[in-house]
Design a protein around this ligand. Structure first.
Ligand SMILES: [Zn+2]
Ligand SMILES: [Zn+2]
Length: 234
């Protein structure tokens, strides 16, 4: 036992029971049965693979999500976004993400099939927002996942506009709101060219954010991009 645990005992973020950041009862309330969607039309798609008829020049190959964004998952992610649980919770959350993904056959197929071309890129926050919060939760997840999967991570993208919140917008409005919102950072073209990218975000709702960020990578020369989010909102 870590000496700090005596003074600051870990508590379940959902029910506050002492022991761990997620107790066995609350863990059992998480669901890994996420509904896979096509990132272009947001409709159900087998294994999250982009519908062939929806696929455009710079579309994502598909999306992967780890847990359903239910009440328990929301609480976990909320605590992760807003201090003070950040450092310890990142381990719990990436464990969940990693365990769920490696049990996904399509993910395994992609992961083992892309060889050393794979690279992890997190979805960026707008600079002012990141300054306010102090960190980017997608970047923290990305870095931890990179460690677990043995892949390099590059902070290749820039959010060029302070897009308004997506909450309350419908599918079309979400995509419109995000148009041209992402770009590649200067001098990173060589690093991205011909690479296969796992683009990481915390929550997937319609797939609009991952799609737009993915486009910026494809335009910069990435060969294939898959979107990965920890939680899938219904
Ligand atoms: Zn609990
Ligand atoms: Zn589609």
């Amino acid at each position: 036992m870590n000496i700090l645990d005596l003074f600051f005992p870990k508590r379940c973020v959902n029910c506050k029971k002492v022991g761990d950041y997620i107790c066995p009862d609350c863990f059992s309330r998480l669901s890994f049965d996420t509904e896979d969607i096509c990132p272009e039309c947001s409709r159900p798609a087998i294994s999250g693979i982009t519908h062939p008829k929806c696929k455009k020049k710079y579309s994502l190959e598909g999306t992967f999500t780890a847990v359903v964004f239910n009440k328990t998952a929301k609480k976990l992610l909320y605590q992760f976004k807003y201090r003070p649980y950040l450092t310890d919770l990142k381990v719990t959350l990436t464990d969940l993400m990693h365990e769920s993904l490696i049990q996904n056959e399509e993910f395994e197929r992609v992961y083992s099939g892309q060889g050393n071309r794979l690279l992890i890129v997190p979805v960026p926050l707008y600079k002012a927002k990141q300054r306010m919060r102090g960190y980017n939760q997608a970047e923290i997840l990305g870095r931890e996942m990179a460690g677990k999967l043995g892949l390099p991570m590059t902070n290749a993208l820039l959010r060029m506009r302070d897009t308004r919140s997506q909450v309350g917008l419908d599918k079309t409005e979400r995509r419109e709101n995000l148009r041209e919102a992402f770009g590649l950072k200067d001098g990173l073209n060589e690093e991205i060219r011909d690479k296969s990218v796992f683009l990481i975000d915390d929550v997937l709702t319609t797939g609009a954010t991952l799609s737009e960020a993915g486009k910026a990578l494809r335009r910069a020369g990435a060969e294939k991009v898959w979107g990965i989010a920890l939680a899938k909102e219904k």
